[in-house]
Design a protein around this ligand. Sequence first.
Ligand code: BES
Ligand code: ZN
Ligand code: ZN
Length: 504
Amino acid sequence: MFNYKLNYAVKGHTSSDLIVLGAFQKPAAGKAKTASLDAHWDKEVKAAFEFVKNSKGFTGGAGESFGFIGENGESYLAVGLGEKAKFDFEALRKKAAGLAGELNKKYKAVTIDLSTFVVKSKVEESLEAFVEGYGMATYAFDRHLTKKKEIKITTLTLDLKEAKSKAKNADKVLANTIKVVESVNFARDLVNEPPNILNSETYAKEVAKDAKNLKGVKVKILGKKELQKEKMGMFLAVNAGSAFEPQLVHLTYTPAKANSKTKHIALVGKGLTFDTGGYSLKPGGSMMNMKFDMAGSATVYAAFRAAVMLGAPVKISCFLGMTDNAVNSLATMPDSIVRARNGKTVEILNTDAEGRLVLGDVLDYAGDQKPDVIIDAATLTGACLVALGHEVCGLMGNDQKLADALLKSAGHKNERMWQLPIFDEYREDMKSPIADLKNIGGKSFGGTAKAAAFLENFIQEGISWAHLDIAGIGDGQGHLPYCPKHGASGLVVRSLVDYMINAK
Ligand code: BES
Ligand code: ZN
Ligand code: ZN
């Protein structure tokens, strides 16, 4: 990574190997479109820009750019932002991400004239969006490459023409955004790590090690013996064929100013370090990439970690259910009936519907802490991809207010989230004639919401609950320039952080 520097009240530009300027396109009815520079610009730079722009045919359109040398001998890059009225935070994130991809390998020191990239006069939010886009795009999973991805940049300077009094929170916004981006990238690293390295035991250790650096956080890890004591029959059934111990990582954050009225949010994550399907074995093609089946847990842990570092005003408990779903002679066979922690019996008809078994027991365990809210995240169903596509997080739950709050946070961060209903018919379909529940529906249709209907059985009375199915959005967001083309997306972390730091 590189260092960020933020400068206020900059009259010209901070010297760097390259100075980047945003230029909007002026709509010109009937006339040719033309690029415009804001008035605060350096006269000489402006003159050089005007002189060169015409010969380059630069109109400030999104996607256009050109480099020039100022009279001062410095190198500039002018990038088109399109029309000012249409330029929003997501466009800025994408633009910043594009710049990272282009500049990181070429320059050691880059200055961004951030004031020329401001969306709707909102300086601090623009700073946040820029750093999100740039920082998320700088991520590369190259730890297993002998030859690492080339990165030259060491300093990214962000110049503001505004005085510090006009952007009072900018330093804080920058520091906080860096923490969020680092957490997103931390989640990506966990998800991308292959299953021969990241198993339930190494995963739990990694999280515990990271959590040591978090203020106000306690960590407890439950292993096989403890889960047996807790009577987590569903979780243990998924782990039965594994060479590794199941791990339930339980983290608690209590803010310094907590009192009896402080809201308590619980996060629960599916942490399947690999999902073979078990005896209901996945075919080879579908099994590929099932290392990412722990993305739910990585997502909630990353959000937890960031919210703690940002000093969220709420109490947060975080529960990560870790195991793989493997096959050996001890692995759970389809037709098995097990007893969940909350006493309900479950007929396991398909061992590949294992996430809900792990989550069910962990949700019940989380409920014992009497949180006001439980939010779980899981790569739970392939059906979520069928219903909503790769780009969208499925949202379900039992409390419309909570769902609305999450949709709002997702909107802030431009992360696609869409609610699905839980109808009584789905609940009916999850009942077994010979046990209280079965782990798959009678028909494969509506699988995402039926999985939620199953989970609902493990939410204790009076708790608001939301379930996020990230099977689609968890990886492969190649259409977003701030997500890697392949591998973990790290999406949904920012929505959860936004929700938690604004929760009251
Ligand atoms: N981990 C998978 C869900 C999944 C599938 C995520 C594809 C991303 C891409 C989950 O454990 C699973 O296998 N679910 C089954 C449920 C079915 C057996 C009811 C599925 O979706 O096929
Ligand atoms: Zn599965
Ligand atoms: Zn799974």
